[in-house]
Design a binder for this molecule. Structure first.
Ligand code: F0G
Length: 458
């Protein structure tokens, strides 16, 4: 006998109050924040779906680990535990702890990058792209063709276009390739999974050309869920073993532990190649810290070591993926255009389709995040022309390929009634869709402008 209701597979031991607010208050708050939800104060937000990164609730085991943290400068027991867990999971011999994912990216891609180098990915995450471009190198996205159809039920829209990969490496020359980066799940591409079959193909092409293959594995457990349920060969394989098989196909990985290690801060870089690991270790010591803590405290390492195990538990992943789908399926049923099938960590709304009257240079995604905040106190993030748009030589906006808004679900934080509230707010969004207006940028920095840009409503 099994029931339809998926309950949260945990009880709540410690609670944090949510501050309620009115529409009038939120209108004032968003104006003060220059219509950029990144600039809101967290206590002005009711449901925070800005990111699933660093926002997890830790388990009682992890909190116990926090007390056990060994804060020795060198060779701490907490480091031994973390190193053991990462080696057991990845089977890579060289482990470099960093304070978060982008520090690992800066070290690895900064070392491999530079002018003339090319990095190719299913889709680079924004910090990945920024670190590569900051080094002077070029970042090219080659998502699979099926990813462009937002409504089909193709099961692995996170895949890389392998034929294009082969062609590109041929054309650019293998010596000029910094690395091939497979992001699992593909965050920027809609949180969509990558299949094991695709990973094998990418691995084959990389080996053929002798180029480095790196997995951005920050959501590798969520990706393993989809592989087990959508690739028949893996129906009886454990989630952890699926991840292990995936790591075996690559030369290393970069991880932001703030996602699937269920912690609030942390990351690592893990590599097979000794020479590359030595070069990266030098950079680690200069910028992050000694090799046995990197940018982390002992207690952080302890919590990551525990989280890396918990995240592969059947009950946890079942609840995690099904509760994300719960939100996505219900707003889709109301006519909200979403990327389909629903991904692992977030629901992606296609704001370009929701607001066809708002052109890309007036940022339909930013319009939606402002609506979600003022109407419901919900904070979400634009992944469209604000985040990825560029200017051409004449100063005109070059639009991003998609105008998305991401509703990212923090792990183990919100209950079903919180999500039911979000679903209800979408009724209001739909009711007012035709009168919603776009925005213009009044101030922006050169890199990663979405974090700090100021906007005005048109
Ligand atoms: N790679 C991917 C796929 C990510 O999603 C992120 C972060 C990073 C790398 C960088 O890791 O934040 O620890 O430095 N993503 C967060 C997000 C910020 O909201 O999706 P970090």
């Amino acid at each position: 006998m099994s029931f339809k209701t998926i309950i949260e597979p945990f009880r709540i031991k410690s609670v944090e109050p949510i501050h309620m607010s009115t529409v009038e208050q939120r209108l004032a708050y968003i104006q003060e924040a220059h219509f950029n939800p990144f600039l809101l104060r967290a206590r002005q937000v009711i449901i925070d779906l800005l990111t699933d990164s660093g926002t997890s609730a830790m388990s009682s085991e992890q909190w116990a680990g926090i007390l056990r943290g060994d804060e020795s400068y060198a060779g701490a027991q907490s480091w031994e535990r973390l190193e053991y867990e990462i080696k057991d999971l990845t089977n890579y011999p060289y482990i470099l702890p960093t304070h978060q994912g982008r520090a690992a990216e800066r070290i690895l891609y900064g070392y491999l990058g530079g002018k003339g180098k090319v990095f190719i990915s299913n889709t680079h995450f924004d910090t990945t792209r920024a670190n590569i471009e900051f080094s002077g190198a070029e970042a090219i996205d080659i998502p699979c063709r099926e990813a462009a159809d937002h409504d089909s039920d193709f099961p692995f829209k996170g895949n890389m276009d392998v034929a294009k990969l082969d062609e590109l490496i041929e054309k650019r020359g293998a010596v000029n390739i910094g690395a091939i980066i497979l992001t699992v799940t593909n965050n920027t591409g809609g949180g969509q999974p990558v299949s094991m079959a695709n990973t094998r193909e990418v691995s084959r092409v990389c080996k053929k050309h002798g180029v480095l293959f790196i997995i951005d594995c920050c959501r590798v457990a969520e990706n393993a869920y989809f592989i087990r349920h959508r690739e028949p060969e893996f129906a009886d394989t454990s989630y952890r073993n699926i991840a292990q098989q995936m790591f075996a196909l690559a030369d290393g990985c970069v991880m932001s532990a703030k996602k699937d290690a269920l912690v609030n801060i942390g990351g690592f870089l893990a590599l097979k190649n000794e020479e590359l690991a030595t070069a990266c270790t030098n950079l680690l010591i200069i910028t992050e810290g000694f090799t046995t803590y990197g940018g982390l405290s002992g207690r952080d390492m302890e919590a990551i070591a525990i989280g890396l195990r918990e995240v592969f538990e059947d009950d946890y992943l079942n609840y995690r993926i099904k509760s994300t789908a719960y939100l996505g399926e219900r707003i889709r049923a109301k006519g909200v255009p979403v990327l389909y099938p629903i991904g692992g960590h977030a629901v992606y709304v296609d704001a370009g389709l929701l607001y066809p009257h708002i052109p890309a240079h007036e940022f339909p995604g930013q319009a939606l995040v402002c609506e979600l905040y003022t109407r419901g106190g919900i904070r979400a993030v634009e992944i469209g022309t604000v985040m990825f748009g560029k200017y051409d030589e004449a100063g005109h906006t070059v639009a991003a390929p998609m105008e998305l808004v991401r509703l990212a679900i923090p792990r183990r934080v919100y209950t079903q009634s919180h999500i039911d509230y979000v679903i209800e707010v979408f009724d209001e969004i739909m009711k007012h869709r035709n009168e919603t207006r776009g925005l213009r940028i009044v101030k922006e920095p050169k890199f990663l402008r979405h974090f700090t840009a100021h906007f005005e409503r048109l």
